[in-house]
Design a protein around this ligand. Structure first.
Ligand SMILES: Nc1ncnc2c1ncn2[C@@H]1O[C@H](COP(=O)(O)OP(=O)(O)OP(=O)(O)O)[C@@H](O)[C@H]1O
Ligand SMILES: [Mg+2]
Length: 243
């Protein structure tokens, strides 16, 4: 089977000569949920933004189901099958749930009804609340709307930057559990997460990024018991809470 997303020796920089992502590699298999973990400033957001065409790639390449998508601009990647949910500003607060989803369909020049129906099936809560303004949703609901918006493009790979940021511990679990449902609908999921425990509870595999490179890659089960993760960036005082 072709690798769903292959990141190969990727280098990305905001300024020439100052790479933030420094030769990162990761192979994501179809149907997997893969978490990208790592300390603050490790380059996790920069890595997914570079893959999403939002930060210049200076070396290496990215393949999506075998097709080279390196440097394909962000607005074209949705048509290639890759959707990205940024950490912030991922919904329009002054539009309703339905309008957010309809706008996503309109941007794709796709049939509104055809695209919204499966997304509402996956997230019945959103359908029930479709006339509510996105700005009035709870943090967790808002994240689900952001995911739903991305799914309007019917991507093969969905990439998210910290979908649980700012959520209460209970909601973190709920949002991440929904990603399993997304995966069960045939979408490969790659997520950046700060919350190691919650991420390893839903992910199949994880990569720990340190200084722009993957330092540890393994199954979630392996990493749950890996003391190096706690030492790498959580500090020993919270290490006990990781496993
Ligand atoms: N727009 C930008 N321009 C220049 N440098 C940036 C920019 N965004 C991030 N950086 C730098 O890139 C480095 C990595 O940042 P990045 O946001 O990728 O880390 P991260 O692993 O996502 O961290 P966090 O866990 O805090 O979200 C940091 O040193 C940061 O200062
Ligand atoms: Mg980040």
């Amino acid at each position: 089977m072709t690798v769903a997303l292959s990141i190969e020796q990727l280098e990305a920089a905001y300024e020439p000569g100052l790479p933030i992502v420094r030769g990162a590699s990761l192979a994501v298999q179809p149907g997997e949920i893969v978490a990208i973990l790592g300390p603050n400033g490790a380059g996790k957001s920069t890595l997914v933004k570079a893959v999403a065409g939002l930060v210049p790639v200076t070396a290496g390449r990215v393949l999506l189901h075998g097709q080279d998508i390196t440097r394909v601009p962000a607005h074209r990647l949705v048509f290639e099958g890759l959707a990205f949910v940024p950490q912030t500003e991922n919904v329009f607060a002054n539009l309703t749930i339905a309008e957010n989803l309809e706008l996503a369909a309109a941007i794709l020049k796709a049939d509104r009804r055809e695209r919204l129906a499966p997304v509402y099936t996956m997230f019945p809560d959103l359908e029930r609340q479709r006339t509510l303004l996105a700005g009035r949703l709870s943090g967790g609901q808002r994240q689900m709307l952001a995911v739903a918006r991305a799914l309007i493009a019917q991507p093969r790979v969905l990439m998210l930057d910290e979908p649980s940021a700012g959520l209460s511990p209970k909601l973190v679990g709920q949002v991440l559990e929904q990603l399993k449902r997304v995966r069960d609908h045939g979408v490969t999921v790659v997520l950046v997460e700060q919350n190691v425990k919650a991420a390893l509870a839903v992910a199949d595999r994880a990569a720990v990024l340190v200084e722009g490179r993957e330092r540890i890659v393994g199954s979630a089960a392996e990493l749950r018991g890996d003391a190096r993760i706690a030492e790498l960036y959580l500090g020993r005082h919270v290490a006990a809470g990781v496993a």
